[in-house]
Design a protein around this ligand. Structure first.
Ligand code: SF4
Length: 331
């Protein structure tokens, strides 16, 4: 097993993990909340180092990233474990289950992407929470970057500053899943906290990473006009009006039984967020067709996304072909 980064010894051979804000104090032969970092004889080990549970070549739009190499594909990998306990988890078999895993070294993974996965721009660390896979993620991403691949993280953003700072130089893009915009929601329904996630979003964006944000609107819990307005306002002020925001429709899953988010609520949330942000998209609602990108300066359609097909319409490089404005799109 690989020794973990970011821990300190405390009394009685216990260790304190310093990777995420839980800062679990872990007794011998036990793991922290995430179930993947184990104390053995006073040393913390990363149990899932190299253990991959899931591989798929996905459209980048599925992450979702709409402004990062639109229309491309990326090899997506994940393992098991999560440091949050969201009652509405959409990936609970990997996050909270015991999936079968295969051991793949960082070098073998990068070689596989380069030589055997035609058309992948790089590696997306996704499905479960990738930041608790820290050691493998850092080593793989560092090697992948040297080999000219892109690194994408799809994360809950619940991580301490120091590990985040170590990772940022090798990460090209983040999609950060903001669960809600109140501490109450985080405490009741996820077991986490909002402030560290806000900090991750700001820090990642300021470091030069491409950042998109997703929020699942859970019926009656975080879908009010006030909460969406507060989130959009904060994002516009702290990260910028050009930050893409994905509002996803919730469906009952795992331990959450509330009915799906009403379509009117999704439409209202889109309209509310658009008052602050240039790029707001709806996810899991193909019937509302709110997934196209328009130039915020002249209103021209620049990328259309319909039923899984992505078409570049009026875009040359990252400029609107109609008015010439530079858009927050990386190609
Ligand atoms: S990464 Fe895991 S073990 Fe470490 S503090 Fe977070 S939940 Fe606890």
């Amino acid at each position: 097993m690989t020794e973990a980064s970011f821990f300190e010894r405390v009394e009685d051979n216990k260790v304190r993990c310093l990777l995420c804000p839980h800062q679990c104090v872990i007794a011998e032969d036990r793991t922290g909340i995430c179930r993947v970092r184990r104390n053995q004889a006073g040393i913390l080990y990363a149990e899932t180092y190299g253990r991959c549970a899931s591989f798929a070549l996905d459209p980048i739009e599925k992450k979702p990233l709409y402004h990062f190499y639109p229309g491309s594909h990326i090899l997506s990998i994940g393992t098991r474990g999560c440091n949050l306990k969201c009652r509405f988890c959409q990936n609970y078999l990997l996050a909270h289950g015991e999936p079968q895993t295969d051991y793949v070294t960082p070098q073998d993974l990068v070689t596989m992407v380069k030589e055997k996965v035609a058309g992948s721009i790089g590696i997306a660390y996704t499905y479960n929470e990738p930041l608790i896979w820290f050691e493998y993620l850092l080593e793989t991403a560092t090697y992948a970057k040297k080999q000219g691949l892109k690194n994408v993280i799809v994360s809950n953003g619940f991580v301490n500053e120091k590990p985040l700072e170590e990772l940022l130089p090798v990460i090209d893009a983040f999609n950060i899943d903001l669960k809600a915009f109140t501490e109450d929601f985080y405490q009741r329904l996820t077991g986490g906290e909002l402030e560290p996630v806000k900090n991750t979003i700001v820090k990642a964006a300021k470091s030069g990473c491409h950042v998109e944000v997703t929020m699942l609107l859970v019926t009656g819990e975080n879908d009010s006009r006030e909460e969406v307005a507060a989130l959009a306002h904060w994002l516009a002020e702290e990260v910028g009006k050009d930050t893409p925001l994905h509002l996803s429709r919730y469906f009952p899953n795992y331990k959450m039984t509330a009915p799906p988010t009403p379509l009117e609520t999704m439409e209202q949330a889109h309209e509310t967020a658009r008052q602050e942000l240039h790029y707001v998209y709806l996810g899991n609602v193909p019937e509302l067709t709110k997934s196209d990108t328009f130039c915020p300066h002249c209103g021209s359609l620049v990328i259309s996304r319909r039923w899984g097909s992505v078409r570049i319409e009026n875009l040359r490089g990252n400029r609107c072909q109609v008015c010439g404005a530079v858009l927050n799109i990386i190609r």
